[in-house]
Design a protein around this ligand. Structure first.
Ligand SMILES: [Zn+2]
Length: 105
């Protein structure tokens, strides 16, 4: 039987993204990431570090190479988590009633 842990966080960040709106604005995002339960501590540490970098900041200033969208952030975060959380399985980032999920297969 495989065991998993899901860690939830939230953060607020600003962006200018034409597909989302014509002017600069911000969102509060929900973040969920799931990994093997043996990596729980590493997952908490990695997510807290990510939130510390992006919360109350501009997405494009913090991560210039990342598309400033929930999907872009989720893909970026999944790649990054692979470095310190070997069993990372999925990352979900959402705003309001929509979320974007990337799954490592
Ligand atoms: Zn937006």
């Amino acid at each position: 039987m495989e065991r998993y842990v899901t860690v939830r966080r939230s953060f607020s960040a600003g962006h200018t993204e034409p597909s989302c709106g014509p002017r600069h604005h911000g969102h509060t995002y929900s973040l969920k990431a799931t990994a093997g339960s043996k990596d729980a501590d590493a997952l908490v540490k990695a997510l807290d570090a990510f939130v510390g970098e992006i919360d109350q900041r501009e997405m494009t200033e913090q991560f210039p190479a990342v598309p400033p969208t929930p999907e872009g952030l989720a893909l970026f975060l999944l790649e990054r988590l692979r470095l310190t959380v070997p069993s990372i399985l999925r990352v979900r980032i959402g705003t309001g009633q929509m979320s974007w999920e990337v799954i490592d297969r």
